[in-house]
Design a binder for this molecule. Structure first.
Ligand code: WT7
Length: 676
């Protein structure tokens, strides 16, 4: 499999493939694990689909029990726990009150170590979610089924806002706080939200960031596109003190902390939702310039993240769990908010960058709060490893389990994580999944499977992955060949559809490998993830990276087309191509190749404006590492830009044969420019 966009090729795979190396979980971990039944995979074999997922449903509290675990009669629009009714906020809060009212649901740790941290008990969460839900309903007019856009940093008010929506049956659409006002506007427009929930500002790397200014941009752009935003609800980072320079717009902007006094003591009857009513939308990048609104269900999704939090993260009531992801991404939704809360866990919400004010901050927090489950990304691990003054030995903490997620982890980085951060005592799970999948797809079961650095592992119980070549033939385990990883069976956490675009949903995930579009049999509808992968003879999957026009920067997905279209808005730019350049810290980062309109002269000022266009359109996470202004981009005779060739140049790899290009000579010119 050689891919145009990513340059994943068989030769490359062969080089990266190395000896088998296994690590075993310690006996002490196995003893206490939630999931230690060695028969689990036997119980969850594909022949028993879908009944085995009933036990996931049993983990939840239902207003009305379901009639049918799975309805596959309209592929690929699967329905789970049909006939069941429940409310997600009840499952995450109310049901814990009887025995865990006083337990910490969250510790909010501000970035500044001198600012007091907050403990939010389940009772606190209950009160705050109810009061804010009452405000949303009675002041903002939010009703069941409405979409509410939430653009907030990492603060406790973010899950409170999400759960308040869930209580009312409103569909939240959380936009990552680091995204620009424009990116927020795009999501408001597509989801047709009338309400935006935001915050005045927050701290990052010791600096106060004005966040409210993004709300003004978002609302203005949404209005221009015909999407009216009725109210902007603003939480204050320091309650009682509005701390943004951006003025409030009369009649549109409201300070939540002021309004809340009218709702003291309010309680909101939770909406009893159908299992398949949508719980939220989460926009993610795909192959086109337009992010897609991935729609997740209430019952299926919640059951899936609850079960995987229990079985794979091994969260017990007495554990203290810290996931360093941002709640604005799917990892935070599933494994900070919904899964852990549904289990009644205690977790940490950390506001800022982990290295502030010093590299050992994560260990300081772990020691202070007794964190014993630690969840982060390869980029964060590489960052810790590269930090000069890192000294975990100085801190008294014990991790029983550590998670890596979001991008492939180099075996070397894995080993460092295991020995230095995990002190040879923590089990590691390398969890492979996606925004669309709701929860984990591949991972070892921590007490049952050996760990193998660089491999995510087999499918988690109930998930049956397979690798297909481009013709749809199954690639056998141990063949040493890469292909497209797919899942043979549906599962409760899977996306329901793409918001307002069911055709794109079917095409993107089922278009390539559906055996027969008229078939009503789920076996004919494998889910295509969009990743290249290899299957070793031990049944472990190694994820190689995206096969589409998506690049993975520090575990976050960016659509190359989104970056390119931001740049193409500049009049001076003729063509643009974004490629994934290898980076020691972030795995890959965008590099940009542009050609200019005739008679436009390249300049540093223009390059800077190109970078600014991307940052203001998407956000700082999309900032290209380098902008190469070139006379022309390499193209096929049919006019397709050969990003693979540009990627080879940026990454100092073999370029291969270019003679079939329409303009082979330009490759040399670009090569010289980049090398000089
Ligand atoms: C893409 C999904 C999963 C939540 C965070 C990202 C890559 C994810 C792994 C892993 C190798 C991984 C894949 C996937 N990815 N986890 N453990 N090993 N690659 O969610 O933004 O939807 O991105 O992240 O390429 O398709 P996302």
């Amino acid at each position: 499999m050689a891919d145009e966009q990513t340059g994943v090729s068989e030769t490359e795979i062969a080089v990266h493939w190395h000896e088998e190396e296994y690590y075993s979980p310690p006996e002490s971990f196995i003893q206490q694990a939630n999931l230690k039944d060695p028969e689990i995979r036997e119980k969850f074999r594909i022949e028993n689909f879908p009944d085995y997922f009933a036990e996931y449903g049993e983990l939840l509290q239902w207003d009305r029990k379901w009639d049918q675990v799975f309805d596959g009669s309209n592929p690929p629009f699967w329905r789970w726990f049909v006939g069941g009714r429940l409310n997600a906020s009840v499952n995450c809060i109310d049901r814990h009150l009887a025995s865990n009212r006083n337990k910490a649901a969250f510790y909010f740790v501000p970035e500044n170590p001198d600012e007091m941290r907050q403990v939010i008990t389940y009772q606190d969460l209950y009160v705050r979610v109810n009061e804010f839900a009452a405000l949303l309903r009675d002041f903002a007019g939010v009703k069941k089924g409405d979409r509410v856009t939430i653009h907030m940093p990492m603060v406790a008010e973010l899950p409170i806002a999400m759960l308040a929506c869930a209580r009312l049956g409103a569909i939240h659409s959380v936009v990552f706080g680091g995204f620009s006002g424009q990116a927020c506007a795009d999501r408001i427009i597509d989801s047709e939200s009338h309400i935006l929930i935001t915050m005045d500002g927050y701290y990052r790397s010791g600096k106060w960031l004005n966040h409210k200014e993004k709300a003004d941009v978002a609302v203005e752009r949404a209005e221009q596109a015909g999407q009216h935003v009725d109210k902007v609800l603003i939480f204050e980072r320091h309650p009682g003190r509005y701390s943004s320079d951006t003025p409030l717009t009369e009649g549109r902007d409201f300070i939540v902390n002021e309004l809340l006094s009218q709702f003291r003591g309010a309680r909101v009857e939770p909406e009893s939702m159908k299992a398949e009513d949508p719980l939220f939308l989460m926009y993610t990048s795909g192959s086109t310039g337009k992010p897609k609104g991935v729609q997740h269900s209430t019952g299926g999704y919640l059951s899936y993240v609850t079960a995987t939090s229990k079985n794979i993260l091994d969260i017990h009531p007495e554990d203290v769990y810290w996931c360093m992801a941002d709640i604005g991404w799917i990892t935070g939704h599933s494994y900070i908010v919904y899964g852990p809360l549904s289990l009644g866990a205690s977790s940490i919400i950390y506001e800022g960058v982990p290295s502030y004010p010093h590299a050992n901050r994560p260990f300081e927090i772990a020691e202070e709060l007794g964190v014993n489950i630690f969840h982060t990304s390869p980029t964060a691990i590489r960052g810790l490893r590269m930090a000069k003054d890192i000294n975990p030995q100085k801190y008294n903490y014990h991790f029983k389990l550590m998670v890596t997620v979001g991008e492939p982890i180099e075996p070397d980085v894995w080993r460092w994580y295991y020995h230095v951060i995990g002190r040879d005592e923590a089990v590691i799970v390398d969890t492979w999944w996606q925004t669309e999948t709701g929860g984990f797809l591949c991972s070892t079961v921590p007490a049952l499977d050996k760990m193998k650095p660089g491999s995510a592992g087999p499918g988690v119980p109930g998930i049956h992955p397979v690798i297909f070549d481009d013709e749809g033939h199954e690639i056998q385990a141990g063949s040493g060949r890469g292909g497209n990883i797919c899942i043979r069976n549906p599962w409760p956490g899977t996306l329901q559809t793409i918001w307002k675009d069911p055709e794109r949903f079917v095409r993107t995930y089922y278009g390539k490998y559906c055996k027969n579009p008229d078939s009503k049999d789920w076996r004919d509808w494998p889910y295509m993830a969009g990743d290249g992968a290899m299957l070793a003879s031990d049944g472990y999957f190694r994820i190689l990276g995206r096969i589409d026009d998506v690049i993975n920067v520090a575990g976050h997905r960016l659509g190359t087309k989104e970056l390119e279209s931001a740049v193409l808005r500049l009049d001076e730019v003729a063509e643009a191509a974004v490629i994934a350049a290898q980076d020691d810290l972030k795995g890959t980062v965008p590099e940009l190749y542009v050609s200019l309109q005739p008679n436009v002269v390249p300049s540093d000022e223009l390059s800077q404006r190109i970078v600014n266009a991307i940052v203001s359109e998407i956000g700082p996470i999309a900032r290209p590492r380098k902008v190469w202004i070139v006379p022309d981009l390499p193209k096929t005779r049919s006019g397709k830009i050969m990003r693979r060739i540009l990627a080879s140049i940026s990454n100092n790899k073999e370029i291969g044969d270019v003679t079939t290009l329409a303009n082979p000579e330009v490759v040399d010119t670009i090569h010289q420019l980049v090398r000089s």
